[in-house]
Design a binder for this molecule. Structure first.
Ligand code: SAH
Length: 223
């Protein structure tokens, strides 16, 4: 990050809490140092209402308006680690929300394409604090089930809302050799099972399953 926006202040206290959070994520099993560096760099409190300033570095999800939430840092770190983000990867994110996850991806050097279906949340990108810092981000208002075909194929696709099924259009927009990470609804538990799908060079899919998480639902259409 080259500089910090003026109207938000990142104090030594925030920096200290952020380092503590990074260490907690390490203890919880996150090993990708690039993910940990990004979490330690991006001021999460800038993505939350000032009422959350003191608790922004707790490993918790918080409300961001429109009935939506900023994902828990552990969830952000876990999904990002599974995605094996490399510099210059073209990453499609479904569910822009607070823009925190998108910023973590951008901080890691990815070219980020992010879609949000809630107009009020989408419009927040007009005031995105880091627009002069991360030039590698594009914001879209739309239905993530449709993806962003005009920019496909993507190296990586990340869904940050609970998917009722694996969206076929997103599989189509994944480059052969690419990865998609998504929380898939599990009827038995009522939670979501984290999945990583690899699209092999011949176009066939391999699926790996991880533990359960809890996300807000991925909904069809715009709002
Ligand atoms: N990545 C976000 C997480 C926000 S929660 C963050 O870092 O804050 C999930 C978001 O997905 C919500 O903002 C919700 O409105 C959005 N969403 C749900 N279904 C969607 C869909 N079909 N297309 C695009 N966005 C969707």
């Amino acid at each position: 990050m080259k500089h910090e926006p003026k109207k938000h202040i990142d104090t030594y206290q925030h920096k200290g809490l952020r380092l503590q959070l990074t260490n907690i994520l390490k203890e919880k099993g996150i090993t990708d140092q690039r993910v940990l560096n990004a979490i330690n760099t991006v001021p999460r409190h800038f993505f939350l209402d000032s009422a959350f300033d003191k608790i922004a570095y707790e490993d918790k999800a918080f409300p961001i308006g429109e009935g939506q939430t900023i994902s828990q840092p552990y969830t952000v770190a876990f999904q990002t680690e599974l995605l094996q983000v490399k510099r210059n990867d073209k990453v499609l994110e479904i569910g822009t929300g607070s823009m925190y996850q998108s910023t973590i991806l951008a901080e890691m050097g990815a070219k980020v394409y992010t879609i949000e279906r809630q107009k009020n949340l989408y419009k927040q990108h007009e005031n995105y604090l880091f627009k002069d810092v991360y030039l590698n981000m594009k914001f879209f208002y739309g239905d993530g089930f449709k993806g962003q075909p005009s920019f496909a194929p993507f190296d990586k696709i990340l869904i940050t809302a609970a998917a009722p099924f694996i969206p076929p259009k997103l599989i189509e927009q994944l480059r052969p050799g690419g990865l998609m990470v998504l929380p898939l609804d599990d009827e038995e538990t009522g939670f979501q099972r984290m999945l990583r799908i690899t699209k092999k060079p011949d176009g066939t899919l391999a699926e790996e399953s991880f533990h359960n998480f809890s996300f807000v639902p991925m909904l069809v259409g715009k709002s």
